[in-house]
Write a protein of this length. Structure first.
Length: 244
């Protein structure tokens, strides 16, 4: 049986989960037949990395740094299993791309500090600056030194996670992208997200504390004005690099 790309999602809002799934397929140039989709909020199956050629972890309303009492019930179930999987991914240097929560969980598994104390960003576009490390990176080589990307998160890495290389930063968030080993990548920004996807998420998460609900319409309008393309190129490059 051919190997697949494993997509791990954690959005309990079905419209947001479906949009993220479709956006990853489109931006990555993936066919649905190439992807095994797991919605971890519905349950976390046993995962055999040998059955897959890469793992992608998306974002969602869960926060790694919250105390257990504040975490969602489904998060309490999947998170310990995901942590073990990420430790194994790092050990094997297995192809991985984490976005937003996918970065927080990787950083936590590496022993890094993830917190809501500093560096949270409201929903919208920001300017990402690539580091000198990115210029030498196989996946990011040749990309513009700065580009626009969509973000929206309450928690952030407070420093570069142990054992990782900083690839990207922004004015409001010093850790926007990292690499561990040769094949493990994660970004704070969303590589799959465009203006239409942002608008949907703004509507769904309007009252979840990511932004002032009264600013939702203006944030949506600003998002539609953006021309976001480099983040999707990163996702496409990741797929092309590891797809058999």
């Amino acid at each position: 049986m051919p190997k697949s790309c494993l997509l791990l999602q954690l959005r309990p809002e079905q419209a947001a989960s479906d949009q993220e799934y479709q956006a990853i397929l489109e931006a990555g140039g993936l066919a649905a037949s190439e992807v095994v989709r797991v919605e971890m909020n519905r349950g976390m199956p046993d995962i055999d990395l040998d059955a897959h050629w890469a793992v992608i972890v998306g974002g969602g309303p869960s926060n790694v740094s919250y105390p257990e009492a504040k975490k969602y019930d489904y998060q309490k179930v999947f998170e310990p299993e995901l942590r073990k999987l990420l430790i194994e991914i790092v050990r094997q240097d297995f192809p991985y791309l984490g976005a937003c929560y996918g970065l927080s969980m990787l950083a936590e598994a590496l022993g890094g500090v993830v917190s809501t104390e500093r560096y949270g960003e409201t929903a919208g576009a920001t300017t990402i600056e690539l580091t000198e490390n990115a210029a030498k990176d196989t996946l990011l080589h040749g990309l513009p030194e700065s580009f626009r990307a969509f973000v929206g998160h309450k928690e952030s890495c407070q420093d570069v996670p142990p054992g990782s290389v900083l690839l990207a930063r922004s004015a409001g968030c010093p850790v926007q992208g990292v690499r561990v080993g040769e094949n493990v990548y994660a970004t704070q920004f969303h590589p799959e997200l465009d203006g239409h996807g942002l608008a949907l998420r703004i509507e769904i998460y309007r009252h979840e504390g990511y932004f002032d609900p009264n600013e939702a319409d203006s944030l949506t309008e600003l998002g539609h004005r953006e021309n976001i393309s480099v983040p999707q190129e990163i996702l496409r490059r990741f797929v092309e690099r590891y797809r058999p």
